[in-house]
Design a protein around this ligand. Sequence first.
Ligand code: NAD
Length: 368
Amino acid sequence: MSNPVRIGIIGLGRVFERYAIVLDGLVREGRAEAVVGYDPLPERCAVAQATYPGMRIAASPAEVYGSDDVDAVLVLTSMNEHGEIAAAAYEAGKHVLVEKPLATTLIEADRLVHLSQESDRLLVCAPHILLSPTYREMHRRLAAGEIGDVKLARALYGWSGPWWGEWFYRPGGGALFDLGVYNVTSLCGFLGSVKRVTALVGTAIKERPVNGVMTPVTANDNAHVLLDFGNEVYGSVTTGFTIQKYGRAPAIELYGLEGSMDMLGDDWAPRGFEVWRSEVGHWEIHEEQAPDWPWTDGLNHLVSCLERGVPSVTRPEQAYHVLEVMLAAMKSSAEGRAVDIASSFPAPDYSHEEDFVMDERRKHDTSL
Ligand SMILES: NC(=O)c1ccc[n+]([C@@H]2O[C@H](COP(=O)([O-])OP(=O)(O)OC[C@H]3O[C@@H](n4cnc5c(N)ncnc54)[C@H](O)[C@@H]3O)[C@@H](O)[C@H]2O)c1
């Protein structure tokens, strides 16, 4: 692996600017280099070149993943393009980071998972929320049995919806793929594979302004999803481009037989967590330890895994599973029945990561 890791980027839209925050740090540390980028929109290429003056602009995605001086490709396009471009980049011999979902069909996602299983190159799939220090600390405490066996869980994420990118509102876009994907990924990381899904998924707002033009909405924007993890362990996800604001509702609520644990904030931007242990009898509040943690941290993780020669914490199989769950939710709603889930995935593997140690001085317990 070359040092610095040489990065090619396909899709230079809004999310590119968020990856650039992480990439800037890696470039400053001499650990990564922005080599080449591609976007069909010249104005987006101009923004990228202003950010990285040394970066070449390619004439096609193939020119990015076909470049000999690229080690890893970031696929940051609109969703329908993810599967095909990520597979082509992987087949071209590159490590790949792909934004969520990894593909919009199970056929494309299956191809990606199989490619990754036949190679030791990395395929890092967003969302990267299992990497946040808060998620990791909650995961560690759950595994240690702090609140006993979890039987019920609830997750919430939504907002009023993008005003850019018409593709968000067409099939292959939608609130489940764009927003629900976070909550489903979080709950699966905590509770394992889903066995069965029941859902209500619909389009509540039929027309929206996108880039100032009223645009018909043909993708879902409103969903309640029930997840059956087996053994009477149930979860729910509430998501939509139909939520103006929520108050202090936790992002994730986990109900164990010996206590409860909530993630505060959103799972892509945690604001600490709180734990109720029945034997203690009051809420223990843990302030956020990493308020600047970026949800584009998967890029740090990709580079760090390449440097250390270790696998990524999350496997592509989890991203496949989450896609299957979301597609099953749409099918359940359309057909008015529960839908079984065929896939499963290995538990997140934090064994190659340094322990994130809670800073006891910043932790304080509060009786509520
Ligand atoms: N914007 C966010 O807040 C956000 C947050 C997390 C994840 N994401 C994810 O990031 C991805 C991009 O979202 P965005 O908000 O940046 O959208 P965007 O519309 O701003 O950017 C997408 C870009 O992809 C380009 N593109 C389309 N087809 C392409 C192709 N074949 N090759 C190369 N480029 C192509 C478009 O021209 C556009 O510039 C989506 O998967 C989205 O779910 C977005």
